[in-house]
Design a protein around this ligand. Structure first.
Ligand code: ADP
Ligand code: MG
Ligand code: MG
Length: 879
């Protein structure tokens, strides 16, 4: 039969699965010889048994009794003994800390008799005893009996009002005694039963309540958010009570072994005299900074400092602790490795290296890509008197200030004059790209965190607040109105905070991120944070196996990506090169009626494309550049069907011949499911000359680079291939052109259609590399329309626990990941030197980077701004 109860001397910190974090660490501290009140832990296994079977496992009651007897023996008094009672706390404690989610009951063992004994124990301190008793009824009533806490709080407030007491310190023994009576009445009224006076029964019920609290709605919700498995269960800790509410020489506090905000070493914490348990955090009275304890009780303070140092050295990390001082005697009630801000995480990791507590390998695993990303955004200066006008969703962090503009053109125009602008739109679409690039930040009144604006902004590292629904945006009148009659006209300055979603009128001062300055090559290595980031990045780079490339479509992005550490381009999209003034040429191409017209249009596009590639090859000289041939459906380059229909209809007979032809063409190209329609390789096969023009432009740009003494390493990537035959046809043509121009380039394909993954063995015959396009692959594997589902039902799916995070954000290992693994294995079987990479949004997502490492890819590719994150995570994955 398994053992269900462990004394504190029997456990240790490695037993978190069984004893929960709190129990394991209480045992660890006990074994370190620290002053922990004695006690024992009921295992998570007992909880799991109870939650499935609805009853204690057999033998559990006996084991509890045995450990209780040992505890009573050690303390020299028995639970609730009327003349000299032992009191205990019953505390929840799961494997993962779930702050405030579950239950704890203090002062178990008090009743009408033992309260007298407790008073005697405390040297005739009646006030303390009755205060402890009313706390028990209050906590027990709330957590075990399920009574709404407000009943008790109201009664307490009423009593205070009656006695004219300002705080709980003004209440007397008699007041608390009255309160005990009132609280018992509340229990009777609310449950129809008496407050249980039998100490052992109190304890049993409290243990049950802790078990049940595992499934309390807020705990369930918290686990879902934090992706904590639902079936772990909680342990229960039974701990002899020590009292911080015995007078002014007693008290309770919380502390950190160093500042969790900045990582600085020193004394951080709060202390409250004459208080118990949660009082410190509950804000009942104002706490004092921990340093003041030195003045009040030097001996305890010194001991606490020693213990904190010991804990840090032992856990080799920042610890947070809970302690209580009972009449000058210090007791440790809890410790764990503490949470910290991103900046503190980097500083602490390197400080610990310098102190010789951990090595660099471990230091790199102690920080995360998410933390690094947080450090890369500029911030608003904390103090601001600017007016908050509304709040939207914090779609892409950072702080941006600029003049409000309502169209992409205007944004580009003002930005070209050196003005900082914020692009304000109801929602954005691909046409706004130029404006988004030009703007300091993007604000929309519609759409969620996965709307176009949000996704694109995050990819670019641009500040974005989206879905600020209170705003009425009028693009036509170039203004928006906010609640309270605030009207912002074009040109008015606003500030948006992408980390909080706040929108301010006027200018809020911004401070740039020193970490980005560092990646840009202008960092200040005297800054402790920058130095810490530098050291950990250097080590991550030295440790990683995955290469990191950039998704970059122009020379500027390519250059930045290179500064950020990119080892090539994994995805250069060519369609962006067809926007703007070139749209007309593309239109001509699409409208071309014969070979001649089409060739004319293509030959006008070719030199423009060649120039685009030349710039990129120059920026990435010596490094691979994967260029994806045109992917989106052609109608994306034509006017909108509805708009054009309306225009032609309104013009009636006056409609131009060109508009009519255009409309006909738009109608002809219209598709119900364009993402599943004529796009990618299908275009290449159906529109003669289109791919050939692109390949020619690439080859000529590469040759020119070589002639200029440079080193262009082109990789031509064919999108949306589902069958090897498609690729073979395109490849044949491309190879012909390459041979004619006399340059070498790899030819490969994206794997983004499930069929491609499933027939990867065949496709690898014709492909020198695969790049997993996990955006489309996710879309097609799940059958989720990427442009629709996130805004429509994903929030419900998240609530229902169908997935913990959108599969578009973090790669779905089980489904999409399986396809990737199949393609890796079968592709390499056909062609052992097949190059493998990923170029979906996932390439910059930490979890997905780890997957790519495990799946054996050669590189990940992500937006320039995410490159440092991917480098760090690739390093962590390898360690
Ligand atoms: P949480 O997990 O929410 O922090 P805890 O189990 O740590 O809950 O308990 C809540 C509070 O009660 C803490 O401040 C803790 O220090 C205090 N406490 C718990 N057990 C005892 C005890 N045996 N003696 C004195 N205070 C205790
Ligand atoms: Mg605690
Ligand atoms: Mg795609």
């Amino acid at each position: 039969m398994p053992k269900f109860v462990y004394g504190f001397t029997e456990g240790n910190r490695d037993l978190k699965d069984l004893l929960g974090g709190k129990g394991a660490n209480l045992a660890e501290m006990t074994n370190l010889g620290l002053p922990v009140p004695p006690g024992f832990t009921i295992t998570t296994e007992a909880c799991r048994h109870y939650l499935t079977a609805g009853a204690f496992p057999s033998g559990l009651e006996d084991e509890i009794d045995q450990h209780l007897r040992d505890l009573e023996h050690a303390m020299g008094r028995s639970l609730g003994q009327s003349d000299d009672p032992l009191l205990v706390s019953v505390r929840s404690g799961a494997k993962f800390s779930m702050p405030g989610m579950m239950e704890t009951v203090l002062n178990i063992g008090l009743n009408d008799e033992s309260v007298q004994g407790l008073a005697k124990q405390a040297g005739g301190n009646d006030r303390f005893a009755w205060d402890s008793y009313r706390r028990l009824i209050q906590m027990f009533g709330k957590t075990v009996l399920g009574i709404d806490g407000e009943h008790f709080e109201e009664a307490l407030d009423e009593l205070k009002a009656e006695c004219g007491a300002k705080g709980d310190l003004d209440l007397t023994a008699a007041d608390f005694r009255t309160l005990v009576g009132t609280f018992k009445d509340i229990v009777r009224e609310q449950t129809g039963q008496e407050f249980p006076s039998d100490p052992r029964e109190q304890m049993r019920l409290a243990v049950l309540a802790v078990f049940h609290s595992w499934n309390a709605p807020r705990a369930v919700l918290y686990r879902r958010q934090e992706r904590i498995p639902a079936d772990l269960g909680t342990a229960v800790n039974i701990v002899a009570m020590v009292f911080g509410n015995l007078g002014m020489e007693s008290g309770t506090g919380v502390a950190f072994t160093r500042d969790p905000g900045s990582g600085q070493q020193g004394v951080y914490g709060d202390y409250l005299q004459n208080a118990q348990g949660e009082d410190v955090v509950a804000g009942i009275r104002n706490t004092m900074p921990l340093q003041e304890l030195e003045r009040i009780d030097k001996a305890s303070y010194d001991e606490l400092m020693q213990i904190m140092e010991k804990l840090e050295n032992h856990y080799r990390d920042l610890c947070d602790i809970e302690f209580t001082i009972e009449r000058g005697k210090l007791w440790m009630l809890q410790t764990r490795v503490g949470k910290r801000t991103a900046a503190a995480a980097f500083r602490i990791a390197t400080q610990l290296v310098d102190q010789g507590l951990i090595n660099l390998d471990e230091a790199v695993t102690r920080v995360s890509g998410d933390q690094l990303a947080q450090l890369m955004f500029p911030r608003f200066d904390k103090a601001t008197d600017a007016t908050l006008i509304t709040k939207g969703m914090n779609a892409s962090p950072g702080a941006a200030v600029g003049r409000a503009v309502f169209s992409s053109d205007r944004a580009e125009e003002l930005a070209a004059r050196g003005e900082a602008v914020i692009l304000v739109r109801r929602e954005t679409n691909p046409d706004d790209l130029g404006g988004m690039i030009a703007a300091r930040g993007v604000l929309t009144s519609r759409g969620g965190k996965t709307s176009h604006a949000a996704v694109v902004a995050r990819g670019m590292g641009k500040t974005c607040v989206c879905g600020a629904e209170e705003l009425e945006v009028s693009t036509k009148e170039r203004r928006f109105t906010a609640p309270g009659g605030v009207v912002v006209e074009e040109g008015d300055v606003i500030s948006i905070d992408g980390s909080s979603g706040a929108v301010y009128l006027g200018e809020v001062p911004v401070v740039p991120s020193p970490v980005v300055e560092y990646f840009e090559g202008e960092g200040d290595l005297d800054d402790e944070l920058v130095r810490a980031v530098h050291r950990l990045m250097v080590h991550a780079d030295a440790s990683r196996r995955l290469a990191v490339r950039a998704n970059a479509d122009n020379a500027e992005d390519a250059a930045r990506a290179r500064r950020f550490g990119a080892e090539g381009i994994g995805l250069c999209r060519t369609e962006h090169m067809f926007l703007g003034d070139r749209r007309q040429l593309v239109e001509d191409l699409i409208l071309a009626t014969g070979d001649e017209e089409r060739e004319a249009a293509l030959s006008k596009l070719e030199p423009l494309q060649r120039a685009d590639y030349a710039e990129i090859f120059e920026a990435m000289d010596g490094l691979p550049v994967t260029i994806r041939l045109i992917d989106p459906p052609l109608h994306e380059f034509l006017p909108d069907l509805t708009e054009l229909s309306v225009k032609v209809a309104l013009a009636g007979d006056a409609a131009t011949a060109k508009d009519r032809t255009l409309l006909e063409c738009v109608k002809r190209l219209h598709e119900q499911n364009p993402m599943l329609g004529l796009r990618g390789v299908r275009l290449g096969l159906v529109v003669p000359g289109l791919f050939a023009m692109q390949v020619r432009a690439i080859a000529e740009a590469a040759r020119a680079r070589a002639e200029a003494g440079g080193d262009a390493r082109a990789e031509i990537m064919i999108p949306l291939v589902g069958a090897v035959q498609e690729l073979e046809l395109v490849r044949e043509e491309a190879e012909g052109i390459l041979a004619e121009i006399g340059v070498d380039a790899l030819i490969g394909t994206m794997i983004e259609v499930p069929r491609a993954a499933l027939t990867a063995g065949q496709i690898a015959e014709a492909a020198q590399f695969f790049s997993f396009g996990t955006n489309d692959l996710t879309q097609m594997t799940w059958g989720f329309s990427r442009d629709d589902v996130e805004a429509s039902f994903f929030s419900q799916y998240l609530d229902l626990g169908i997935f913990g995070v959108s599969p578009f954000e973090s790669l779905d290992r089980d489904g999409v990941g399986r396809l990737v693994r199949i393609a890796v294995e079968e592709g390499r079987k056909t062609r052992p030197d097949l190059k493998l990479g990923i170029c979906g949004e996932h390439g910059g997502d930490p979890e997905s980077v780890h997957f790519c490492h495990e799946a054996g890819l050669d590189y990940v590719s992500c937006s320039p701004f995410r490159i440092p994150v991917a480098r760090l995570e690739a390093g962590r994955a390898a360690l």
